[in-house]
Design a protein. Structure first.
Lengths: 116, 111
């Protein structure tokens, strides 16, 4: 497998559920990112990891909890979400260290999350 | 501070017509510039990028973009639109230690 792989592709969860999104990159990149994409809104950077260390957390509610066990894997743990959290969640990786993505990002296909 | 502005959230062109998607940026340092395309329920795919060197950059699917420093622009063009070009297009800038995306332009291709 190559590129950035996200699972699951679709997820429906109730507001009291706990679920996790998974991202895996097979590119040997040094940084990984979580973005939220909501309808009619710009891409929102949520979390940034560089060599497994979290370097940025853009005021994201605590009901979202990231985890980066190694440089190839990134998780987003979800609990007690709200309906407004429904969105497409995109994982990306970059060759550069975090914040210096001069080669650009490689994105996964995203997880379409619906909170009911 | 850096930022990206995409003029026109929706653009419609006829099949076979010229595609022009506009992007202007502001940056206090030399920027790296990108165009991404997103098809429905997919992630963003890199179309092309400008880092240094030649200001006219060719990308995939027949797209190209020209970096014009004097105009702080990086407009995306394609000579002849195809139905498969219908998608959302994002301009992005990397400058210093920040990466910014534009708000996107939805391209509709009319048969």
């Amino acid at each position: 497998e190559t590129g950035v792989t996200q699972t699951p592709r679709h997820l429906v969860m109730g507001m009291t559920n706990k679920k996790s999104l998974k991202c895996e990159q097979h590119l040997g990149h040094n940084a990984m990112y979580w973005y939220k994409q909501s309808a009619k809104k710009p891409l929102e950077l949520m979390f940034v990891y560089s060599l497994e260390e979290r370097v940025e957390n853009n005021s994201v509610p605590s009901r979202f909890s990231p985890e980066c066990p190694n440089s190839s894997h990134l998780f987003l743990h979800l609990h007690t979400l709200q309906p407004e959290d429904s969105a497409l969640y995109l994982c990306a990786s970059s060759q550069d260290r975090a914040g210096f993505a001069n080669y650009g990002y490689t994105f996964g296909s995203g997880t379409r999350l619906t909170v009911v | 501070a850096q930022s990206v502005t995409q003029l026109g959230s929706h653009v419609s062109v006829s099949e076979g017509a010229l595609v022009l998607l506009r992007c202007n940026y502001s940056s206090s340092v030399p920027p790296y510039l990108f165009w991404y395309v997103q098809y429905p329920n997919q992630g963003l795919q890199l179309l092309l990028k400008y880092t240094t060197g030649a200001t006219l950059v060719k990308g995939i699917n027949g797209f190209e973009a020209e970096f014009k420093k004097s105009e702080t622009s990086f407009h995306l063009t394609k000579p002849s639109a195809h139905m498969s070009d219908a998608a959302e297009y994002f301009c992005a800038v990397s400058a210093g230690n920040q990466f910014y995306f534009g708000t996107g332009t939805s391209l509709t291709v009319i048969p």
